[in-house]
Design a protein around this ligand. Structure first.
Ligand SMILES: Cc1cc2nc3c(=O)[nH]c(=O)nc-3n(C[C@H](O)[C@H](O)[C@H](O)COP(=O)(O)OP(=O)(O)OC[C@H]3O[C@@H](n4cnc5c(N)ncnc54)[C@H](O)[C@@H]3O)c2cc1C
Length: 499
């Protein structure tokens, strides 16, 4: 019997299996396709996503070829910039730039290679889930390979099988929400050096044809165009039409189209993300419009939130109730991201000349207010990673500055490991001896240049970011969950614990 069967080896399933593998969980991943999905769909990821890849030990691998854009511009029908996000001025303190563009096939290949590190993780391609049966202590999954059905048993089944999830249907979970009426043409391609006509990331808020255009990772370019009423999706992918649409942004003679597909975006969420021993993650649990680039990122957060819980329960360190925290924490954040994406879309997708003129005027006027301008420019409208039902700093994501260990500068999480961590200037060997919580690493934070003590891992707070955090929150010991949210803080004997 497996500990976990993951259904689907898209980006969310592959990451989930890596995070389980890193915690020693015996995992089977089943993927219907025989080859990785060769097509780029997701295009951008954020600092939280990179931190999650880091937890899986794959940050360097996935970051190769990614690039952080410096600006994202909103332009009107005449190409005039009316709002700008200055990404190079933004640092949310999580150890990476706030936005990166990537190539999805390269990302998925890196995630699959990551699975080879774990002898206890098996990937079966060309194999699909066709049915599920739940028992008190296990799930029996029926898998089909080459037309033959077999059964496997697992303690838990995690459905990361995308928008049309079989896991979701087999678990009897419905989807609620809507599909946008407007289909979009998404074009990806390789652009020769010097052939880019608009070199910045742009939301083209042209009421006649809203569009998103941006240079991507490794000499690629992404261009997305809303279809007008009555336009035939098939005709829109015709090479002559694509050529005409991309021409204002890239030289079509020096642009090789690798993909041109029409999509309809959805705003949908599963009614439940858990049914007994079956859980849903990624697009199987929720789908949102891409205007904030958060569809995949949300799925990665699901994986980071659920996998440590599963590992704890399997190890016998926690009881089943810990697993209910997954949906309780992830659903509100995902719904907030979805609402923000929809709101951004409604600014971006105005379809009438007068409404667009009014929007441009209103946005110009409100940005005359410095606070509003700053909120736009510094991306403050993006929902922050905060867990519901806690009082800050409990439930917030802990910062990830660089620290020095034995004279070498490294990102903090590299020192913290894959489990709980107890961190702070107040941590010493006695903290570890008195600890009654789950498996944890103990890390003492000291000012730069302080002598390390042999009895405990010591990090130098080279830029002062940790010292400032502890001072701001009036504490000197923090308990961090494996997904790097603050679980509890302590000052001497007083403890403020998360649920
Ligand atoms: C045009 C476009 C642009 C986007 N841009 C962004 C962006 O910039 N940033 C972002 O974060 N998100 C973006 N998204 C969203 C993002 O692409 C998805 O959220 C993400 O790909 C979902 O990943 P997933 O692993 O959950 O599902 P999928 O990628 O759909 O993977 C599911 C996997 O499960 C397999 N599978 C399905 N059924 C079964 C079965 N029964 N048995 C076994 N295997 C099965 C499938 O073969 C597939 O490999 C965009 C989406 C689109 C369409």
């Amino acid at each position: 019997m497996y500990d976990v069967v993951v259904i689907g080896c898209g980006p969310v399933g592959a990451l989930t299996a890596n995070l389980l593998g890193a915690r020693g969980v015996r995992t089977l991943v089943v993927e219907r396709g025989t080859e990785p999905h060769g097509q780029p769909r997701a295009f951008s990821c954020d600092d939280e996503a990179l931190r999650i890849y880091q937890q899986a030990g794959l940050r360097a691998e996935v970051a190769e070829g990614m690039y952080p854009p410096s600006r994202a511009e909103y332009v009107n029908a005449r190409g005039r910039v009316f709002a700008e996000i200055a990404l190079d001025e933004v640092d949310f303190g999580l150890g990476a730039e706030p936005l990166h563009f990537f190539d999805q096939p390269a990302l998925e290949a890196a995630l699959r290679r990551g699975l080879d590190r774990f002898p206890h993780v098996t990937l079966r391609t060309g194999t699909e889930l066709v049915g599920l049966r739940q028992q008190d202590d296990r799930v029996v999954a029926t898998l089909r390979h080459d037309g033959r059905d077999t059964e496997v048993e697992a303690r838990y089944v995690l459905g990361a099988d995308g928008a049309r999830s079989t896991t979701r249907t087999a678990a009897g979970i419905a989807l609620t929400g809507s599909s946008a009426a407007e289909p979009w043409l998404a074009v990806s391609g390789d652009v020769e050096p010097g052939a880019t006509r608009i070199a910045t990331t742009r939301f083209v808020c042209d009421w006649r044809r809203p569009a998103f255009v941006s240079p991507g990772a490794g000499g690629t370019h992404r261009l997305e165009f809303m279809l007008r009423d009555g336009e035939d999706p098939k005709a829109m992918t015709d090479p002559a039409t694509v050529r005409e649409l991309v021409a204002p942004y890239v030289d079509p003679d020096r642009f090789t189209v690798t993909r041109a597909v029409v999509y309809t975006f959805h705003t949908l969420v599963a009614d439940r993300w858990r049914a007994g021993r079956v859980f849903l993650l990624g697009d199987a649990a929720h789908q949102m419009p891409p205007f904030l680039g958060q569809g995949l990122c949300s799925g990665l957060r699901d994986a980071a939130n659920l996998t440590w819980r599963i590992a704890q329960v399997l190890r016998g360190d926690a009881d089943d109730a810990l697993l209910d925290g997954y949906e309780a924490e992830r659903r509100p954040h995902t719904e907030e991201m979805t609402r923000t994406s929809v709101r951004l879309g409604s600014v971006f997708l105005v379809r009438h000349r007068f409404a667009a003129a009014l929007r441009d005027a209103v946005l110009r006027a409100v940005q005359a207010v410095p606070r509003v301008r700053r909120a736009v420019r510094h991306f403050e409208f993006k929902p922050r990673p905060v867990l519901p039902g806690h009082r800050a700093p409990v439930g917030t994501m802990f910062p990830q500055p660089d620290v020095a260990v034995g004279g070498t500068r490294v990102p903090l999480d590299d020192v913290l490991g894959a489990e709980f961590a107890v961190v702070g200037p107040g941590v010493d060997a006695a903290t570890a001896l008195g600890w009654r919580g789950p498996v944890a690493r103990f890390v003492r934070v000291v000012p730069p240049g302080s002598a390390a003590r042999g009895d405990i891992t010591t990090v130098e707070d080279v830029d002062g970011a940790l010292t400032a955090w502890f001072a701001e929150h009036g504490t000197d010991v923090v308990v961090l969950r494996p997904d790097r949210f603050v679980h509890a803080t302590t000052v001497a004997t007083r403890t403020t614990a998360g649920r």
